[in-house]
Design a protein around this ligand. Structure first.
Ligand code: GDP
Length: 477
């Protein structure tokens, strides 16, 4: 039985910092994210005039301990790749082209199934591709806490150059800290100008290696199937730098990539195993649901008995349909799995009732421990490019040595769902300048507990940010 310092402080309505001080007074060093045991919690709570009561169930007792793997248990694993880029620049074509070039060559069992991800084997190394291209799916998963992608392939059409969604893709990848390999596509087309792509992307910080930077560029024609081997090779090169490892010898952990209700088979979901090995018959929890692996299929539609790290598998035996990005964990037996799922559903109901914001401008300073450097993440959308530039400049000037303003994405145009998801994934606040969200976007913001603030005067916007930085902003009502 344990409780996180931050949770305990919250329940008592005091600052975590004060609780940490009380703990220190008792000779216990703890950070805001650490858990303390029930006994300690009772003692510090008493100091603040509270009594701790054990009410329920803690899943920590049952879940596989999430301790780090020992170095000697780690083996290399293939990289997981997401393809991003502007609409019509060739993301789908490139995915198809890669699939065709590799899968027909060696592997038996022919027909590929769309299960949300596919595994490409080659002599040089294996690569896993997520089948839903684009930064929306990528960031939606991240907002649920899933870091699945290791490398992004950014597709830019050589006849069109950098466009809005290219910029978005770059910012979403950067916010996630995922390296980018550039695929300059459609080089077969008349008017293809790869140098223009390099120039435009350099302005976004993706300077090619031959220009002294460290971003890998390759030329491809997804349509004609040229340059496919090179792009795979470059991805593997980038993967080498990342030194990707996993421990295959433990209960499986991973994330749901895709899930749906199948008429004949019930709930089915694709799990990307990230650590351990998933086996037929394993009991598991994913998101709010539990289940037991009754059947597993790989991306070639073949029935398999086990799946190791970086292998995507479609499983049957889920008690409900989880969401893409939900964590998947194998536990010792079905009874435990059910208890955890039940506890999570109860917790979720409480959370739905409470509906708290992840971060608001108001809570920004209060949420951080004193003495730390704070970073205020913002997504800024303005009606026109000119205002955006003015706002960006004005906001950047506000950064101090204590609070850094970090505009993770800025763009001209209305606030989109993907802006909200980016904010959710990065604990950012969305600023709308002379723009309004659609009802749908508002709904997503509410569901994701993302704060959107609207302005039509730059002065007011800057003032609010300044006040928030000083920790004295009035809440919006
Ligand atoms: P997505 O929206 O990024 O997924 O783009 P698609 O893969 O659907 O491609 C958009 C259009 O561009 C389609 O008509 C493709 O046939 C075409 N296309 C894709 N790659 C190439 C290429 O390398 N060369 C040429 N000429 N056309 C391409």
């Amino acid at each position: 039985e344990a409780i996180r310092v931050s949770d305990l402080a919250k329940q008592m309505g005091i600052k975590a910092q004060d609780l940490i001080k009380t703990l220190l007074g008792l000779g216990i060093m703890a950070t805001i994210n650490q858990s303390i045991d029930l006994e300690t919690a009772s003692i510090v709570a008493a100091e603040h005039g509270y009594e701790v009561e054990k009410t329920g169930f803690s899943e920590d007792e049952f879940i596989i301990p999430r301790e780090a793997d020992k170095p000697e248990d780690l083996l290399p694993r293939p990289p997981v790749v997401t393809i991003m880029g502007h609409v019509d620049h060739g993301k789908t074509s490139l995915l198809d082209s890669i699939r065709k070039s590799k899968i027909t060559s060696g592997e038996a069992g022919g027909i590929t199934q769309h299960i949300g991800a596919y595994y490409v084997g080659s002599d040089r190394g294996d690569i896993v591709f997520l089948d839903t291209p684009g930064h929306e799916a990528f960031t939606a998963m991240r907002a649920r806490g899933a870091q699945v992608t290791d490398i992004v392939i950014l597709v830019v059409a050589a006849d069109d150059g950098v466009m809005d969604q290219t910029r978005e893709a770059v910012n979403h990848s950067k916010a996630a800290g995922v390296p980018i390999v550039v695929a300059v596509n459609k080089i077969d087309k008349e008017g293809a100008d790869p140098d223009r792509v390099k120039r435009e992307l350099s302005e976004l910080g993706l300077v090619p290696e031959d220009w002294g930077g460290d971003t890998i560029y390759t030329h491809v024609s997804a349509k004609q199937g040229t340059g496919i081997d090179e792009i795979l090779e470059m991805v593997l090169l980038q993967a080498e730098v990342l030194e990707l490892h996993a421990n295959p010898n433990k209960y499986a952990v991973g994330h749901i990539v895709e899930a749906r209700l199948d008429k004949g088979r019930g709930a089915v979901g694709t799990v990307l195993v990230q650590g351990g090995t998933l086996k037929h018959g394993d009991a598991f929890v994913c998101g709010l649901y539990h289940g037991k692996v009754r059947a597993m299929f790989n991306d070639k539609g073949k029935k398999i008995d086990q799946a190791g790290p970086a292998v995507p598998v479609e499983i049957q035996g889920l008690e409900g349909v989880p969401e893409a990005g939900d964590e998947f964990v194998v536990v010792q037996d079905e009874k435990v799995a059910r208890r955890i799922a039940d506890a999570r559903q109860t917790k979720q109901r409480d959370k739905d009732l409470a509906k708290e914001s992840k971060i608001t401008l108001e809570s920004f300073l209060a949420s951080k421990a004193e003495g730390e450097t704070h970073q205020l993440n913002l997504v800024v959308k303005a009606d026109v490019q000119g205002s955006l530039e003015a706002i960006t400049e004005a906001l950047n000037k506000q950064s101090t040595s204590v609070v850094k303003i970090n505009i993770i994405h800025g763009g001209a145009g209305s606030i989109s769902e993907s802006d909200i998801m980016l904010a959710s994934a990065s604990s950012a606040i969305v600023i709308g300048f002379n723009v309004r969200p659609t009802p749908r976007v508002k709904e997503v913001a509410e569901r994701e507990s993302v704060e959107i603030r609207f302005y039509d005067i730059i002065y007011n916007l800057v003032n609010d940010i300044r006040d928030a930085m000083a920790g004295m902003l009035d809440p919006i009502i």
